[in-house]
Design a protein around this ligand. Structure first.
Ligand code: SF4
Ligand code: SF4
Length: 203
């Protein structure tokens, strides 16, 4: 398929100090799901597989709202069970953060430590899915960071709405975000969830 028919273009660019991967949006209806899918295709074609390396599976892995739906579904009781068994909720002041749980050695609970691979690779979170072991252009970095931050805030808002967190003070900082609420990555348009400055830089 030619680039012009794709909703986004992901490619390696020659920069003054070496190569960096870049992302451009070609279609205003491009979705987060398409971004993830095209990044997967780019990784497969251009980047060596992770076999034998699990470095980034020993870091903090924050979750976004669609990650939660992918792992736990949409029912309150299933979300509650997932949060208890597979996640950690951290609070700093009135700022919340929900991450995948880690073992005592800091490894992700989904890491197969023996074979150094992800036990649920196709289903991994937005943070894992969009991590690329390459330098990146500013707009590619801004896209990833803003999506993750907004998806995290949408997750905390949804958890407060389900009354799975009790903190009247903290809850004032988070709202249900209709642009993320109840949606999979395939249903979320980049144009709708990115700030105008980040979105326009990607055109
Ligand atoms: S993406 Fe992570 S696991 Fe894969 S090679 Fe890079 S640091 Fe290692
Ligand atoms: S979900 Fe998979 S890819 Fe992500 S940190 Fe855990 S083991 Fe690694």
């Amino acid at each position: 398929m030619e680039d012009k028919k794709l909703p986004l273009k992901i490619e390696l660019l020659a920069m003054a100090d070496g190569f960096a991967y870049d992302v451009a949006i070609l279609d205003e209806n491009a979705t987060v799901g398409q971004y993830i899918g095209l990044l997967d295709a780019f990784l497969e074609e251009k980047v060596a597989p992770c076999i034998g390396c699990d470095l980034c599976c020993k870091q903090r892995i924050p979750l976004t709202l669609p990650d939660l739906y992918a792992y736990a579904g949409g029912k309150r009781e299933d979300i509650e069970a997932f949060l208890k068994e597979k996640a950690v909720i951290r609070k700093s002041g009135v700022v919340y953060d929900i991450q995948l749980a880690q073992r005592d050695d800091g490894s992700c609970i989904y890491l197969d430590r023996q074979n150094q691979c992800c036990l649920d690779h196709g289903h991994r979170s937005l943070v894992c899915h969009t991590y690329v072991c390459l330098p990146q252009t500013k707009r590619a970095r801004d896209l990833r960071e803003e999506l993750i931050n907004n998806g995290e805030d949408a997750l905390i808002g949804a958890i407060f709405a389900l009354q799975l967190l009790e903190d009247p003070q903290g809850s004032k900082n988070y709202r249900v975000n209709p642009l993320w609420q109840g949606k999979s990555f395939a249903e979320i348009k980049l144009k709708e969830v990115l700030s105008p400055s980040v979105y326009e830089a990607l055109l």
